[in-house]
Design a protein around this ligand. Structure first.
Ligand SMILES: Cc1cc2nc3c(=O)[nH]c(=O)nc-3n(C[C@H](O)[C@H](O)[C@H](O)COP(=O)(O)O)c2cc1C
Length: 158
């Protein structure tokens, strides 16, 4: 197989950019994610590719609830702030304020909206597993365009 061609063709798959909000015990975490797709209308299900052995993966195994926060087109800096380690203190991931859902899951204050999900199944994959999750709650604050991978020079995949 031509690995370079494989990378190029895989990078043509369009991806969004999201911040996942997670909780395990009293630990809260925000993770940049992109491998996300709807996979059922009824019940409303999503599938996500989540790296095996990552902190987020283990948090999802321990607590099935998590949020998917949708950054607006101009919120690249907000996403970037999750690339580096941050302190979780006083309702903030570094400088980024959040609140908690009824399930105690972090939701970023300033995005266009979020989905709250519950893990239904974790399907074993390769270096990432496929997490199938049901949407149990949501808030659409502003019906505006979201930041997507194509708006940046970043890649995850290939
Ligand atoms: C642009 C971008 C997109 C990413 N998309 C995913 C993704 O879809 N799934 C995933 O497991 N990690 C993704 N990552 C990597 C995670 O953000 C994270 O660094 C890694 O999985 C370790 O997460 P942890 O903090 O939970 O240990 C992405 C990183 C970047 C920079």
């Amino acid at each position: 197989m031509d690995k370079e061609a494989r990378k190029k063709i895989l990078r043509k798959i369009p991806y969004g950019l999201y911040i996942l909000g997670l909780k395990d015990g009293n630990q809260l975490h925000g993770m940049v994610g992109s491998w996300l797709s709807q996979c059922s209308f009824e019940p409303p299900l999503l599938m996500l590719g989540i790296k095996k052995g990552s902190y987020s993966h283990s948090m999802m195994e321990h607590n099935p609830y998590f949020t998917i926060n949708f950054p607006k087109k101009d919120q690249k800096k907000l996403v970037e702030s999750f690339f580096r380690p941050y302190e979780v203190k006083d309702g903030k991931f570094g400088e980024v304020p959040f609140r908690l859902t009824k399930q105690g899951i972090p939701v970023l204050d300033d995005t266009l909206g979020y989905l709250e999900c519950k893990v239904r199944q974790i399907v074993t994959g390769g270096d990432h597993d496929v997490v199938v999750a049901e949407i149990i709650d949501l808030e659409l604050r502003e019906d505006v365009d979201n930041l997507i991978m194509k708006d940046t020079s970043w890649h995850y995949g290939g």
